[in-house]
Design a protein around this ligand. Structure first.
Ligand SMILES: C[S@@+](CC[C@H](N)C(=O)[O-])C[C@H]1O[C@@H](n2cnc3c(N)ncnc32)[C@H](O)[C@@H]1O
Length: 248
């Protein structure tokens, strides 16, 4: 149920226990996805070195990324949008690992970081919407802090589903509204993440539509950073979304 707030700024909704919470304001998809991606790509090219430094010196960022690690399973792993490659240096040595990122400068930064760490992964420049692999190639696909930058959520989710084997998993760490809509987490989303360019969507719904069963957990940022562990269904349709402690 929803109704306007007194300020008229944001609708309210009630949860199962009748507690009123402010409704999330999901982002609209950009009108021109190609222009959106090109603008972001220029920014990443310009700030690739700075981004590398930020990831090295910001423990909170690494802590959020690290939450993806316990859910990596199987033999073949793909990380999409690996950025500076920091997370790859933490696990790629234990799996047959591939990586795809759109930004050429970051691919080079990541190559250097992996070489320095003595870890191997096959890194490629490419788009999440057109991954250079056959269907059902990977046991686990990882994407951290990147989905909110993809301008066409459905297209990205469909391609990630395509390369994940049935029963395999997609592990996404990214920005979303805190489930309890607490003040600080909601402010972070509305006043920091979105102005920085993050497209905040109902990701469990997007991933369910793409053929996954989704577990959604909050891992930081007052509930504004989520880890989604999405298991690829064997057959299309019939998916469900599990809550924080729900098994998939
Ligand atoms: C905020 S950075 C996150 C990097 C890294 N995963 C991390 O958490 O530090 C977003 C990354 O997504 C990549 N990216 C943006 N659009 C992409 C696309 N369409 N396909 C693949 N990667 C993309 C960017 O080049 C960048 O490396």
């Amino acid at each position: 149920m929803s109704r306007p707030t007194l300020l008229g700024a944001r609708a309210a909704e009630e949860d199962d226990r009748g507690v009123k919470r402010r409704s999330p304001r999901w982002s609209d998809e950009p009108a021109d996805p190609a222009a959106w991606t090109a603008a972001n790509d220029r920014l990443y090219t310009r700030f690739a070195r700075l981004y590398d430094v930020v990831v090295r010196v910001a423990p909170v960022w690494r802590r959020w990324l690290r939450t993806a690690l316990p859910d990596i399973r199987g033999l073949r792993v793909l990380e999409v949008s690996f950025g500076t490659g920091w997370l790859l240096t933490q696990y790629a040595g234990r799996y047959r690992t591939d990586g795809v990122d759109l930004n050429a400068a970051l691919v080079e930064v990541a190559r250097r970081n992996l070489a320095r760490a003595g870890v191997h992964a096959d890194l490629h420049q490419g788009s999440v919407e057109d991954l250079p692999y056959p269907d059902a190639t990977f046991d686990t696909v990882v994407s951290t802090m990147a989905f909110t930058g993809y301008p066409d959520a459905a297209a990205a989710a469909a391609e990630l589903a395509r390369v994940t084997r049935p029963g395999g998993r997609l592990v996404v760490v990214d920005i979303a509204y805190p489930r309890d809509r607490n003040r600080w987490g909601t402010l972070l989303v509305d006043r920091v993440w979105k102005p920085l360019g993050d497209l905040v969507r109902d990701l469990p719904a997007v991933l369910t539509d793409a053929g996954f069963e989704v577990r959604d957990e909050e891992v930081g940022g007052w509930g504004s950073v989520h880890r989604y562990v999405a298991t690829r269904r064997s057959a299309p349709g019939g998916g469900h979304r599990a809550g924080p402690s729900g098994d998939v």
